[in-house]
Write a protein of this length. Structure first.
Length: 291
């Protein structure tokens, strides 16, 4: 290497060293180029002094119970956020408004109880979402992922879910991987549409052997293909109270219509015969008069 080239390289190393020394890094965390890692630091709150150009933030295995929307919005270039194994609860609505570039979000092993439309609706670039291992998660709104059309990997395994509306996942055009195992699925007739979608979908279901019915007792621990067969038989042949009422109404209407039709036909026949008899009598009278 020429002397000028050597000097240029040394200058570059010096400038990079100076730049790295000037970068803020949260206490107890490790910071590399565009990455902040605070894993297992027993943090109680969202860390301060995070570099503004951070692309990857790892807060795994801490005691953080709240993500401040304002502090997050400052990290406008954030694409990767790992918050697994924390204490995050139900105050996540509108939390991610300012991190629209986020591609990867891990909220597994937390205390979520529901997911609404406002929870992830601003994450238009989201590709991977992990909300598994939230045992108190019992509800996901029908349109919760309506804006997350780039979502390819969704994991809701090992939660308290008993039901998931088919359109919630069916309307995700890029979905390729869906985790559903070890949930409390209630396999009734309302869930049949979702099970049928699973059987016919091109989406891959990891750990499919553990996607089983939890209730009712007759279908407990039954895998989805077998559950679908039984539900098809019971749900498509079973009549409920309202079905019997409907059939009775239909039968009564048919009976009433038939009775009315027969009555009208009888009246028409009587009128016709009366008119015919009257015509015959008039003809006979005319013949007698002529004679």
């Amino acid at each position: 290497m020429s002397p000028s080239g050597r000097r240029w390289s040394l200058s570059l190393v010096f400038l990079l060293g100076m730049a790295s020394e000037g970068i803020n890094c949260p206490s107890g965390c490790s910071c590399q180029y565009l990455e902040v890692n605070c894993t297992g630091q027993q943090l109680q709150e969202f860390p301060v002094d995070i570099p503004l150009d951070t692309r990857q933030l790892i807060l795994a295995a801490n005691n953080v119970s709240y993500l401040p929307a304002v502090e997050l919005s400052i990290l406008a270039d954030l694409v990767y956020l790992d918050c697994r194994k924390n204490l995050l609860g139900d105050d996540l609505d509108f939390t991610f408004v300012g991190v629209a570039k986020l591609v990867y979000l891990d909220l597994s092993f937390n205390n979520l109880t529901q997911v609404t439309f406002s929870t992830f609706s601003h994450l238009l670039s989201l590709v991977v979402l992990k909300i598994s291992d939230n045992p108190n998660l019992v509800a996901i709104e029908k349109d919760a992922f309506a804006n997350n059309t780039w979502l390819r990997h969704l994991d809701v395994s090992r939660t308290g879910l008993t039901f998931l509306d088919t359109s919630t996942v069916r309307d995700l055009p890029n979905l390729r991987l869906l985790g559903l195992s070890d949930n409390l699925w209630h396999c009734n007739c309302s869930f049949l549409d979702f099970i049928t979608w699973m059987m016919e979908s091109d989406v891959r279901f990891p750990d499919a052997d553990n996607i089983t019915c939890y209730t009712p007792a007759g279908l407990h621990a039954l895998r989805m293909p077998a559950a679908e067969a039984q539900l098809h038989f019971s749900c498509l042949t079973q009549l409920y109270k309202q079905d019997y009422v409907f059939l009775c109404l239909v039968g009564f209407c048919i009976f009433l219509a038939g009775t009315m039709a027969a009555w009208l036909a009888g009246i028409c026949a009587v009128i016709y015969e009366a008119q015919a008899s009257k015509g015959e009598e008039e003809e006979e009278e005319e013949e007698d008069t002529a004679a």
